[in-house]
Design a binder for this molecule. Structure first.
Ligand code: SAM
Ligand code: SF4
Length: 365
């Protein structure tokens, strides 16, 4: 049984890339030999195959629904996983735990020094995961081409408004033009499909859904609205004033014909064909219509903590084990144990809901 599992796992992985192969074959390399295949299953039958890796908790914007104007107490350098540690843990996830998607996020992931080299190392893992990144887009003019060359497959760029004044109000920075240029650079670099994430804020851009959609359609970007979640560092989220998915859809339907696209799978966005298609728009109704039942996500914070959910109140410390010399197999087992405790849902709508200690930027959105 043990041998068969081991053989089939290696066969699935194809020819291991040198780094992984060395790890799997050499007990001297990482402590213990590879011993079988595991999945990040939870007790509700869901399997984590989509890993969100936060590369930093820092950011060069201060979006009001995410961070306070003064920023946050940032992680110190030694607390943050090194490139070697990130690659090692992602390699454990993809090589031993059947993770197939890796999304780089933060904070702002493009603030990470040497990002293209890190992406190239992740792209060199076997089996190779699909690699995407969520970014505010400020640095994409400079980084889109090198990131694409390094192996990044696609990007989601966060842009809540196409009105420069509203952009400055939401992000507390006057950088609208940089995001627009970054989006264009991403498209030119082939990081397709270029997706735009938008959060609507009551009293600022809550009337802007149709304008934003038109702007994205003209440029070939796929727009997805995200309901604002109680993950802001300032704890100002208010269910009674948040802009809901039904409200967003009603606003769009005054200008466009929307038809639901069937076959959502584990995707968080409910998709709609716009005016008969092929263009689409998505709405992620995390609060009003949670999709926890189909969740396939798992998160790794910039300081090496596994989180099974954005709203989890517990974390599992892989960094300490990693730095104490744990083998890949041991790290994988710790990860599996953490995932087994994943809750059925995020519980935002429970009366007893308590916002997690870490806010969105410190978790990795
Ligand atoms: N800095 C990058 C960015 O903004 O794309 C990546 C990290 S950011 C935390 C990831 C996504 O989370 C962004 O699309 C952002 O709009 C979204 N986000 C942040 N705070 C949120 C909140 N309270 N509710 C819903 N989405 C939020
Ligand atoms: Fe920074 Fe992204 Fe948070 Fe905005 S949403 S403050 S860009 S981490």
């Amino acid at each position: 049984m043990y041998r068969r599992e081991r053989k089939s796992a290696v066969a699935r992985m194809g020819a291991p890339a040198p780094a992984v192969a060395r790890r799997l074959r050499s007990p001297a390399g990482r402590g213990s030999p590879y011993c079988g295949t595991m999945q990040l299953s939870d007790s509700f039958g869901r399997v984590g195959t989509d890993l969100r890796v936060s590369l930093t908790d820092r950011c060069n914007l201060r979006c009001s629904y995410c961070m306070p104007a003064e920023g946050l107490p940032w992680l110190t350098g030694p607390e943050v996983l090194t490139d070697d540690e990130v690659v090692r843990l992602v390699g454990v996830a993809t090589g031993l735990l059947e993770v197939t998607e890796v999304r780089l996020t933060g904070g702002e992931p493009t603030l990470r020094a040497g990002l293209p080299a890190l992406v190239a190392r992740i792209a060199g893992l076997r089996p190779r995961p699909r690699i995407s990144m969520t970014t505010n887009g400020l640095s994409l003019s400079r980084l889109a081409a090198p990131l694409a060359a390094a192996g990044l497959d696609r990007v989601n760029v966060s842009l809540d408004t196409v009105r420069p004044a509203a952009f400055s109000q939401i992000t507390r920075r006057d950088r609208f033009d940089d995001v627009v240029a970054g989006l264009a650079a991403a498209a030119t670099a082939g990081l397709a499909p270029v997706k735009v994430n938008a959060v609507l804020v009551r009293g600022v851009n809550d009337d802007e859904a149709p304008e934003l959609l038109r702007w994205c359609l003209q440029r070939g970007y796929q727009l997805r609205f995200i309901e604002q979640m109680p993950l802001d560092a300032g704890h100002t989220w208010d269910a009674s004033t948040m802009v809901t998915a039904p409200e967003i859809l009603a606003g769009l339907e005054r200008h466009f014909r929307l038809e639901p696209v069937v076959g959502r799978g584990s995707a968080p966005a409910e998709l709609f064909a716009v005016d008969g298609g092929p263009a689409r728009v998505g709405v992620i109704a995390s609060v009003t219509a949670p999709f926890c039942g189909a969740c396939n996500r798992v998160r790794l914070t910039a300081d090496g903590q596994v989180r099974t959910c954005l709203f989890a109140r517990e974390e599992s410390d892989l960094r300490t084990a990693l730095r104490a010399g744990a083998s890949d197999d041991e790290l994988a087992r710790r990860w599996v144990t953490a995932m087994a405790g994943k809750k059925a849902g995020h519980g935002i709508n429970d009366p007893a809901f308590v916002q997690p200690t870490r806010s969105m930027s410190a978790i990795g959105g």
